[in-house]
Design a protein around this ligand. Structure first.
Ligand SMILES: [Zn+2]
Length: 243
C-alpha cells in the first residue's frame, strides 16, 4: 500500500504545481518574468543572406533593424539591465538559434526588432506582436511608448505565431517599427536620429515594465523631440523643424 500512496501523492503534488504555474500565465511553459527579469535578449530581425524587407531607395530591413537593436541594447545597458544580442553584425542566424539564445537565459524577456513591408504603399504604423499572455503587458507598453512619437500611426498590438514568440519560455515580443514601403516611414527609417528615437521609446517601455515609471531618463535631445508643440502662449517662437 505504501508505494501507490506515494505515487498518488506525487501525482497530486505535480498537479497542484502545474496549476500554480498556469495561474498567472495563459501559455503553459512560459515563465512570467515580465516584472522580475534581469536580462533582455535583443533580437535584430533577419541578417546576412536574409535581407528582410527591401526597397531600392534605402537600406534593407536587416540593416535598420540591427541599428535600432544596437541602440536599444546600449540604452538598456546604461539603465543597468543585462543584455544579450542574438546578432551584433550582418550575419544570418536561423530562427531556431534565436529561440535557443532566448531560452538559455534564466530570467529574461525577449524583444525582436523588425520593420514592415506592404504592397499597399499607404500602409503605415507601428505594430507590436506577442504570443503568450505573459507577454501582453510588455507588448502593450512598447506600443504605447512608440505612440508618443509625434505624427506616429497606431497599427495596434496583436497576437502572432512567429516562431521566436511561440517557442519562447519567457515573455517575448516582436516590434514592427514602421513600414519601409511607406514613403514617410521609409524616409524616417533611413534617418539615424529617428532610429535613436525608436530605440529610446522601446528602452523606456522595457525599463518601465521592470522598474516602474519615472526611472528611465531619455537624453535631452530625445526629450526635446517628444515635447508637445508650443501652445498659443509661445506662438511667437518659431517651431524648429518638425520631424
Ligand atoms: Zn522582418
Amino acid at each position: 500500500m505504501r508505494m501507490p500512496r506515494l505515487v498518488t501523492r506525487l501525482i497530486t503534488l505535480a498537479f497542484v504545481a502545474s496549476l500554480a504555474a498556469c495561474s498567472t500565465v495563459g501559455t503553459p511553459g512560459v515563465k512570467n518574468t515580465s516584472k522580475t527579469f534581469t536580462t533582455v535578449v535583443v533580437d535584430a530581425g533577419h541578417g546576412g543572406k536574409d535581407s528582410g524587407a527591401y526597397r531600392r531607395y534605402g537600406p534593407p530591413e536587416k540593416m535598420v533593424a540591427l541599428d535600432v537593436a544596437q541602440r536599444l541594447e546600449k540604452k538598456l545597458r546604461e539603465s543597468q539591465i543585462k543584455t544579450v544580442m542574438t546578432r551584433d553584425s550582418d550575419v544570418f542566424i536561423p530562427l531556431n538559434d534565436r529561440v535557443a539564445i532566448e531560452n538559455k537565459q534564466k530570467s529574461a524577456v525577449f524583444v525582436s526588432i523588425h520593420f514592415n513591408d506592404s504592397r499597399k504603399r499607404r500602409a503605415r504604423g507601428f505594430e507590436t506582436y506577442y504570443h503568450s499572455g505573459a507577454s501582453f503587458d510588455l507588448a502593450n507598453r512598447i506600443q504605447q511608448k512608440l505612440m508618443t512619437i509625434p505624427n506616429s500611426s497606431n497599427g495596434g498590438v496583436h497576437t502572432a505565431n512567429f516562431r521566436v514568440l511561440r517557442l519562447a519560455d519567457c515573455p517575448a515580443v516582436l516590434v514592427e517599427c514602421g513600414y519601409l514601403s511607406n514613403r514617410s516611414e521609409g524616409n524616417q527609417a533611413r534617418d539615424w536620429e529617428y532610429r535613436e528615437l525608436l530605440a529610446d521609446r522601446i528602452a523606456e517601455a522595457v525599463v518601465e515594465q521592470r522598474y516602474g515609471s519615472g526611472v528611465y531618463r531619455p537624453s535631452p535631445e530625445i526629450a526635446a523631440q517628444l515635447r508637445p508643440p508650443p501652445g498659443p502662449a509661445n506662438s511667437n517662437i518659431t517651431p524648429s523643424g518638425s520631424r
